[in-house]
Design a binder for this molecule. Structure first.
Ligand SMILES: [Zn+2]
Length: 170
């Protein structure tokens, strides 16, 4: 009887440890995804002039990736870890020349100049299903000269997640 009780306590302690570990790991992956979108904001800001405004959705991010990482001879620089892949989703294999392997939605409408993008309009976000609910959303504060990046978490049903759905596409 005593042994069974001790076993039960041990099992409960183990279950608690596992859930703490899973929780910490999940938070780590979410922080990493948030950083990815910050990084994408940087790359968009840096390469905006080089990107063809006809390229929208995930192909916009593909254009940014080409401008940043592909040289004039068509050779790719190594991209590790790949910021275009969501670590929470975790199953996409990075393939630099394929926009279908990008885990973040891109703008439906790409303005000629970044400055023309309203600061309330999302520029990128997780694809639906990357996270259990919602995901991260990238906006740029175009009212300030150096366009700071704003990355926020949104849940299903949030106004920000709906704004992402309206301004972004695959
Ligand atoms: Zn994500």
């Amino acid at each position: 009887m005593k042994l069974a009780a001790a076993g039960g306590v041990l099992a409960a302690a183990l279950a608690l440890l596992i859930s703490l570990y899973v929780g910490a790991r999940q938070r780590g992956l979410e922080a990493y995804c948030r950083n990815n979108l910050r990084h994408l904001g940087d790359l968009a800001r840096r390469n905006w002039e080089l990107v063809d405004s006809q390229r929208t959705g995930r192909d916009f991010w593909q254009a940014v990736r080409e401008a940043q990482y592909r040289d004039v001879r068509g050779k790719w620089q190594p991209i590790t870890p790949d910021p275009f892949v969501c670590p929470v989703h975790g199953t996409t294999a990075s393939k630099v020349d394929d926009p279908k392997t990008i885990d973040y939605r891109g703008p439906i409408k790409v303005r000629e100049r970044l400055k023309e993008t309203p600061r309330t309009e999302p520029l990128g976000a997780d694809r639906p299903g990357n996270h259990a609910s919602g995901g991260f959303v990238l906006r740029m504060d175009t009212s300030v000269d150096d366009y700071p990046r704003l990355v926020e978490r949104a849940q299903d049903g949030d106004a920000l997640w709906a704004a992402a759905a309206a301004a972004l596409k695959d």
